[in-house]
Design a protein around this ligand. Structure first.
Ligand SMILES: C[S@@+](CC[C@H](N)C(=O)[O-])C[C@H]1O[C@@H](n2cnc3c(N)ncnc32)[C@H](O)[C@@H]1O
Length: 241
């Protein structure tokens, strides 16, 4: 069931959807139901293989975490990741939250598990200050859309004591400038230069004060080619007051 908690905003959504369409990342309901599995010749096959490993890692982890009963995914998009968790663990309540109505409607059409919920909500406005609370919050491939990491973490600590971030790049300080330039160039070449202003680069330095635990940290230098995925999987635990 899709619940609308926040007033609908279109500023980010319309540009984001145009970009996703150009990148061939908008899927039919049938395709969404099969994610992360896509045919071998699919333009994003390799990327989906990486995403599959991300989901499998989380499912394995949650297998050992019986005490986790409620999970919130921030930036759930078409819902495949939340649905993967909900299907595997019918006893856990999974909520996917996004500010993209088009993708949320797709999620709502594609999946129908009684323990799976989708909400249109702005975490900074309607969620923070609500009485909602989750045993775990997960951000798969979405942290790069939040401009201020500290601001994001402050909001998340109002909703949970445990955050997992995965399938998003984090950079060494010395690599940040190049990464920003690459993103600018990428969106310029794609024909959507404004999108570069909505994509943010976070560094390992940003994480430090949160005492991160790396459930996976990709190797650097020549070892990079042996990486299971190029993205770290980070667990952050709320400090005790
Ligand atoms: C790359 S998609 C990731 C979707 C999904 N988590 C996955 O693993 O495939 C990033 C999602 O973050 C959402 N997003 C960006 N900013 C957001 C915000 N402030 N609040 C909630 N969702 C946001 C976007 O609308 C988009 O659906």
């Amino acid at each position: 069931m899709l619940k609308i908690i926040s007033p609908i905003k279109n500023d980010f959504e319309s540009l984001y959807l145009q970009v996703r369409e150009k990148e061939e990342r908008l899927y039919t309901v049938e395709e969404v139901r099969r994610l992360p599995h896509v045919p071998k010749g699919h333009p994003h096959y390799k990327e989906w293989e990486i995403r599959r490993l991300g989901l499998e890692g989380v499912l394995n982890h949650l297998n050992e975490r019986e005490e986790i009963k409620s999970i919130l995914e921030i930036g759930c998009g078409n819902g495949w990741f939340s649905a993967g968790i909900a299907e595997y663990f019918p006893e856990k309540e999974v909520t996917g939250c996004d500010l993209n109505m088009c993708e949320l409607e797709m999620a709502d059409k594609a999946f129908d598990f009684t323990n799976l919920h989708f909400i249109y909500a702005d975490i900074f406005e309607e969620l923070v200050g609500s009485d909602l609370n989750f045993d775990l919050i997960i951000l798969p491939s979405s942290v790069q859309y939040f401009s201020d990491f500290d601001n994001l973490m402050s909001a998340l600590w109002e909703l949970t004591d445990e955050v997992h971030i995965l399938d998003s790049p984090f950079y060494l300080e010395e690599d940040l400038e190049d990464a920003v330039n690459r993103t600018r160039q990428y969106y310029h070449n794609l024909g959507f230069p404004k999108m570069a202003k909505m994509y943010f680069h976070h560094s390992y330095e940003d994480l430090k004060k949160y005492n991160p635990e790396f459930l996976y940290r990709p190797p650097t230098g020549w070892r990079k080619k042996f990486a299971r995925t190029p993205f770290p999987w980070i667990r952050l635990i709320k400090p005790r007051a």
